[in-house]
Design a protein around this ligand. Structure first.
Ligand code: AMO
Length: 439
């Protein structure tokens, strides 16, 4: 039996009865009824029942009954119709090749992932991901990120890859990881922010990046990771932040629609979540958001920002009263936004900024950037940072920098909300948090 002839279980199920097939995968279950052995074989695509009858092939039967759960095995045989089997067909085996034994007992049983705590599941992530429901999370991630990529590329964005070892914090000084870099102290990048802006000075006009971002978040929350995948864009020649918002919302809607089209049914089956493609994305200024919240009996803690609880409440109100799962809050107060954000010209207490909220969670954050070097230097000072440390950055702005803006989307948050996962860690292959650095 030659593994090069191997087809997936889903392909085998499409064959005409009587066709020969070589399939391979993991033993999901082994059942022996009388003198018949049934192996449920699992691969990336699904399950296939394989049958061996003792009286037809006693030698093969003896091999099969020795199999254990999670052994890796290949079968060659003939596809036959079988109404009671998954997919209405099964493989009558003629040959078997044991490819690898699974040691027993299994540290976690992929069938029982629900009974296992998340921490233990993450310790044994490779076994946890053998559960089709858990594997689906990463197929959804793949579809979502590629849909975003395809959308942006279609709009003339070019993907770039910027350094993750950097000299300065960009998103607020407290949350950086210092790294010993030869004889210097450097940091892990919190965001590609300064470099995607550099690409505007380089005349690229539209760039995007999908890459890791690092935040030294000490808090254990269900929406923070210390390492996450950030989908960033930056674009030039904008009038204001609204131009960025239109771009981002179309990309997000495109991604939701692609995930729904490809995996909607399976998401319903495994996660009991109904995906709908948003039609439009309402906008509220921060002030309007606060008024709406107060009307519903909630007073936000900071008049110039939106706290997590407020975000969640606002999400519920927008969903209930306007049927909006996806909406923008704009014009955040200057206090709460980074130094590179453009202030609102008519009222500098506020900024040309926005957050996109999806199902009650901040999914995207963005703004128009301050592109006038002297104003930018002043803003760096206002935030209590040293202008000298940002000289390499301010330089980008001195030789012809177009008006520009951009945004960053947290990929794990996106997937967590698409599937209504209770904890963002489930949406990261190998999440890092203050305690976890292995596997
Ligand atoms: P911000 O800091 O808001 O903005 O981050 C952008 C988006 O990244 C996600 N995110 C996180 N996801 C998981 N764990 C975390 N600890 C975490 N922190 C942030 C969120 C958030 O909306 N440079 C700006 C973006 C820009 O203006 O272009 C920035 O990084 O989904």
């Amino acid at each position: 039996m030659d593994l090069r002839q191997r087809i997936r279980t889903s392909q085998a199920l499409e064959l005409e009865p009587g066709s020969k097939a070589v399939v391979a995968g993991w033993v999901d279950r082994l059942r022996i009824v009388g003198k018949i052995a049934f192996v449920i074989l699992r691969d990336l695509d699904g399950l296939l029942q394989v049958v061996v009858k003792k009286n037809q092939d006693p030698q093969l039967y003896e091999q099969v009954v020795e199999l254990g759960q999670e052994d890796v095995v290949a079968f060659k045989g003939t596809m036959v119709e079988s109404k009671a089997s998954i997919g209405g067909k099964e493989l009558v085996a003629e040959e078997m090749r044991l490819l690898a034994k699974a040691q027993k007992p299994l540290p976690i049983d992929p069938h029982d992932w629900e009974k296992t705590g998340l921490s233990k599941r993450l310790d044994w992530r490779f076994l946890d991901l053998r559960a089709p429901r858990n594997a689906l999370i990463f197929r959804v991630t793949d579809e979502a990120v590629n849909a975003l990529r395809d959308y942006y590329r279609g709009q003339g964005f070019v993907e770039v890859h910027t350094p993750k070892l950097v000299a300065e914090a960009t998103e607020g000084g407290a949350e950086v990881f210092p790294v010993i870099y030869f004889d210097k102290n450097v940091f892990l990048a919190q965001s590609p922010q300064l470099y995607k802006q550099m690409m505007m000075a380089a005349g690229f006009e539209r760039v995007f990046e999908v890459g890791p971002a690092y935040r030294a978040e000490k808090h254990h929350t269900t929406r923070h990771l210390t390492e996450f995948e950030s989908v960033d864009i930056e674009m030039s020649f904008i009038e204001d932040h609204e131009d960025v918002m239109r771009m981002v919302e179309r990309a997000v809607i495109h991604a939701i629609d692609r995930v729904r089209t490809r995996y909607g049914e399976r998401i319903r089956e495994y996660f009991n979540v109904e995906l709908t493609t948003p039609r439009d994305v309402p906008r509220l200024t921060l002030r309007e958001a606060h008024e709406l919240l107060k009307k519903h009996g909630y007073t936000p803690s900071d008049p110039l920002d939106l706290d997590t609880e407020g975000e969640k409440k606002l999400g519920e109100i927008m969903q209930r009263e306007y049927g909006a799962e996806l909406f923008y809050v704009t014009e955040y107060g200057w206090e709460g936004r980074p130094f590179y954000t453009m202030k609102k010209p008519e009222d500098p207490r506020y900024t040309r900024s926005f957050d996109l909220i999806y199902r009650g969670l901040e999914l995207v954050s963005g703004s128009q950037r301050e592109h006038r070097p002297d104003v930018l230097a002043e803003q760096i000072r206002e935030k209590g940072l040293k202008v000298e440390n940002f000289e390499f950055y301010i330089r980008f702005f001195r030789y012809g920098m177009p008006p520009h803006g951009g945004a960053g989307l947290g990929l794990e948050r996106f997937v967590a909300k698409l599937l209504e996962l209770g904890n963002i860690r489930e949406a990261r292959l190998l999440p890092r948090d203050p305690e976890r650095i292995t596997p």
